[in-house]
Design a protein around this ligand. Structure first.
Ligand SMILES: NC(=O)c1ccc[n+]([C@@H]2O[C@H](COP(=O)([O-])OP(=O)(O)OC[C@H]3O[C@@H](n4cnc5c(N)ncnc54)[C@H](OP(=O)(O)O)[C@@H]3O)[C@@H](O)[C@H]2O)c1
Length: 330
């Protein structure tokens, strides 16, 4: 993939990536390694996102024109007892980034968000224009991520409404990529299922929550492509095509691993579907995690940024096969 479309960038200014060590952060490192524009990756040690001053310091130090924020407080259940910290990292930190970059000529913020901003108000796939919340039905993580989205939009509106002529045609832009069920390098549902399949002779998996598993590698590529494009500011639902339940995903991943040569005894009929109510967790999760991806698909196609839009199945198959390959060779 080529990212040569960064023609609007001042190449003396770096691309700043927060969340270096997360699933998407690691994928961004792989994608950006050959880019000519200097790139700075920050992990928790270089910048604690719970500390506003630390964020301002790195922004002033690096003066980026592009920020990709792949960091977040993602411990969904723990967040129920760490509201303040979740809001500091998921709402305040993106707000500080947005205030900075919105006032940079041609500044760009790419920020990842989640389907957890929706609380089962419908059974069909959500559009970007569908109402979020209701807030009191969202878990704390969902509330904090929603607050982050709103803070970004407000910061950009404020910068643009200030009406500085200097920004005419040089508008800064933001891209909020809402995604779901992310898997990459790091702990995730698919890896957990593959591990448990090797340890147990029966698994019970939730079958009444539906969404789209999304590859961290693909999310990184899309984020970079968008940052280098002329796409319009806004929220985009960034998931591949198709949908599946957690149970269906577990069966698919385990069967794929078995076919690829992983020694798994567990038979598919012993992966039992259960309702979410049989697997209670501290944080409320949506039953309907379906996001409509038409807006992103259209925009990528108009920008000639995608030849073939992916389906979750092909991407999960490739991911599982790679895990099996690595495990067989080690
Ligand atoms: N995972 C999913 O299923 C999912 C679904 C929908 C949306 N998303 C969104 O996608 C984005 C990336 O998710 P991911 O799966 O890549 O997450 P991840 O693997 O949990 O990575 C999050 C990163 O944020 C960093 N971070 C957390 N607190 C920090 C702090 N105080 N200061 C600095 N860095 C901090 C973590 O640092 P450490 O490595 O040091 O802990 C970690 O590297 C997030 O915006 C998330 O909300 C994820």
């Amino acid at each position: 993939m080529s990212y040569s479309s960064f023609e609007l960038l001042d190449h003396s200014k770096p691309i700043l990536v927060f969340g270096r060590d997360g699933q998407i952060g690691q994928a961004l490192q792989a994608c950006l390694k050959d880019l000519k524009t200097p790139t700075v990756f920050l992990g928790r040690n270089e910048c604690d996102l719970a500390n506003e001053d630390a964020i301002r310091q790195v922004l002033n130090r690096y003066q980026p024109q592009v920020i990709i924020n792949a960091a977040a407080y993602t411990a969904v259940d723990k967040a129920e007892n760490e509201r303040e910290l979740a809001f500091a990292i998921n709402a305040k930190a993106p707000q500080v980034m947005a205030h900075y970059i919105a006032n940079v000529s041609h500044g760009i913020l790419v920020h990842y968000s989640t389907d957890y901003v929706f609380a089962d108000t419908q059974t069909t796939a959500y559009l970007e224009t569908d109402e979020v919340g209701p807030i009191d039905q969202l878990c704390i993580y969902g509330q904090s991520k929603l607050a982050g989205e709103q803070a970004i939009e407000e910061a950009f509106n404020l910068a643009h409404d200030s009406g500085h002529e200097i920004y005419h045609n040089k508008f800064s832009r933001y891209f909020i990529l809402r995604t779901s069920w992310v898997y990459g390098d790091g702990g995730n549902f698919i890896r957990t299922m593959l591990r448990l399949a090797g340890e147990r002779d029966q698994l019970k998996v939730v079958a009444d929550q539906v969404g789209a598993p999304t590859s961290a590698g693909w999310l990184a590529e899309v984020g970079i492509q968008i940052a280098g494009s002329r796409m319009e500011s806004g929220i985009y639902h960034a998931i591949p095509d198709g949908e599946i339940s957690w149970h269906g995903l577990a069966v698919f991943a385990i069967e794929t691993a078995a076919t690829a040569g992983e020694g798994i005894e567990l038979k598919s009929e012993n992966i039992l579907p259960i309702p979410a109510t049989d697997y209670p967790l501290p944080a409320k999760r949506p039953y309907n995690s379906r996001l409509n991806n038409s807006k992103l698909k259209k925009a990528l196609s108009e920008m000639a940024l995608t030849e073939q839009y992916p389906h979750w199945m092909g991407q999960v198959e490739e991911y599982v096969k790679n895990i099996v390959k690595q495990s067989l060779s080690s």
